[in-house]
Design a protein around this ligand. Structure first.
Ligand SMILES: [Fe+2]
Ligand SMILES: [Fe+2]
Length: 157
């Protein structure tokens, strides 16, 4: 699978979960907990394969995107810390929905920048075969992703 297609598929999966969260009723605590647990799993895995495989490969193959990549890592840093807080937070906590809302704003902004501003440059610079090979490596690496958001490298960067 093409690396950028794989990452965009992940983005779509996460966006679907965000929409589910937005539709869940205020008092649907169990449902919101389940959705947020899925969001955490998806985003930790996605962040992990981007940081371990895609970002380093893009930096090497499309050096012009370096500033975008550095900014993206800083955005991941904020997101994984929010995920680690949400993992422990009771959905009845008055700050829970607010924290999920800010998480969603952050992720949507981040995804838009990846998809609109610099993934196209990576595609242009790296070409089909290389992206295919990186996609295969990412697909395999998904099973090695940590469960703890703070085990992702940008957490301590
Ligand atoms: Fe990202
Ligand atoms: Fe992404």
């Amino acid at each position: 699978m093409d690396a950028i297609v794989l990452l965009k598929d992940d983005h779509k999966t996460v966006e679907k979960l965000f929409k589910e969260f937005e539709k869940a009723g205020d008092g649907a605590y169990k449902k919101k907990r389940d959705i947020v647990d899925k969001i955490i799993d998806e985003l930790v895995t996605h962040t992990y394969i981007e940081e371990e495989i895609f970002y380093p490969a893009a930096r090497e193959g499309a050096p012009d995107t370096t500033d975008h990549i550095l900014e993206s890592v800083e955005e991941h840093h904020v997101v994984v810390w929010m995920l680690s807080e949400l993992k422990e937070m009771d959905p009845r906590d008055e700050r829970f929905d607010a924290k999920v809302t800010v998480l969603m704003e952050n992720v949507r902004h981040h995804v838009e920048e990846e998809e609109e501003e610099w993934f196209p440059q990576v595609r242009e610079a790296m070409g089909r075969n290389r992206l295919q090979e990186i996609g295969e490596r990412m697909e395999k690496a998904k099973s090695q992703a940590p469960g703890d958001p703070l085990a992702v490298s940008s957490a301590s960067a």
